[in-house]
Design a binder for this molecule. Structure first.
Ligand code: HEC
Ligand code: HEC
Length: 191
């Protein structure tokens, strides 16, 4: 009898444990699917509707770790992005809901396509940086195969640009995915 009670207790603890874990991420998932998936897609890869939004389409969220810090993502969800279809959610979601959905988004993943990145590089970057990433010396564009920058710094430099230089922001030109692919290409040519 005692043995059976013990067994039932263990089973109960296991079930409770799984349930607690599921509801911690479950709230973020529920909120995302209810409020965000319409534009960003269920897996963060942007819905057909999201792609059609003007003036800027919804952004792919699978790459968010490359561009946005943990604090920034909370601010973006709470206050939105001025002048864009991404409105603030502070009136609809509690602070805890915002935290849960941010954590859920934070766990999305994207495996970059290096070959696509190489193509984009030749098309969009090689006019200033040379085809193989070495310096062309136009507008003093640097040697990218010698760049000391890591993944996140590369991604942010490409998306947001370098103020007051010929390295313009590429935010409107390239999607988050295209930038993530270019970054993976640049990481592969480092000397
Ligand atoms: C009506 C469509 C729409 C809905 C619904 C929506 N978004 Fe957005 N979201 C956008 C658009 C458009 C952008 C890109 C704005 C820009 O151009 O910078 C964006 C950008 C973002 C970004 C910044 C991504 C980046 O790489 O800069 C985050 C994070 C984000 N949304 C999270 C969410 C979350 C979480 C929800 C749900 C609570 C949500 N969004 C709901 C349209 C939407
Ligand atoms: C119009 C010319 C031009 C184009 C096109 C261009 N860049 Fe640049 N890039 C520059 C210049 C100039 C700098 C140096 C900025 C400075 O002085 O800090 C730079 C700097 C960079 C850096 C910083 C390197 C470091 O080590 O600090 C990266 C990364 C970079 N570019 C990547 C790219 C990628 C990827 C593309 C294509 C999507 C691209 N650039 C397109 C001119 C250009």
């Amino acid at each position: 009898m005692k043995k059976i009670n013990f067994f039932i207790m263990i089973l109960l603890l296991l079930v409770l444990g799984i349930y607690a874990e599921a509801s911690a991420n479950g709230n973020g998932k529920k909120i995302f699917e209810q409020y965000c998936a319409k534009c960003h897609g269920k897996d963060g890869s942007v819905s057909e509707y999201g792609k059609s939004i003007k003036p800027m389409p919804a952004k792919d969220l699978r790459t968010n770790k490359l561009f946005i810090s943990p604090k920034e993502i909370l601010i973006i969800i709470k206050y939105g992005i001025y002048g864009r279809e991404m409105k603030g959610w502070a009136d609809i979601l509690s602070q805890n809901d915002i935290k849960d959905v941010a954590e859920y988004v934070r766990n999305f993943n994207y495996k970059p396509n290096q070959e696509e990145g190489g193509k984009t590089f030749k098309l969009r970057c090689a006019s200033c940086h040379d085809r193989d990433g070495s310096a062309k010396k136009i507008f003093e564009a640097p040697d990218l195969d010698m760049s000391p920058l890591g993944e996140k710094e590369l991604a942010r430099t490409i998306r947001f640009g370098r103020y007051n230089t010929m390295m313009f922001p590429k935010d409107a030109l390239l999607s988050n995915i295209e930038i993530a692919d270019v970054v993976s290409y640049l990481m592969s040519i480092k000397k």
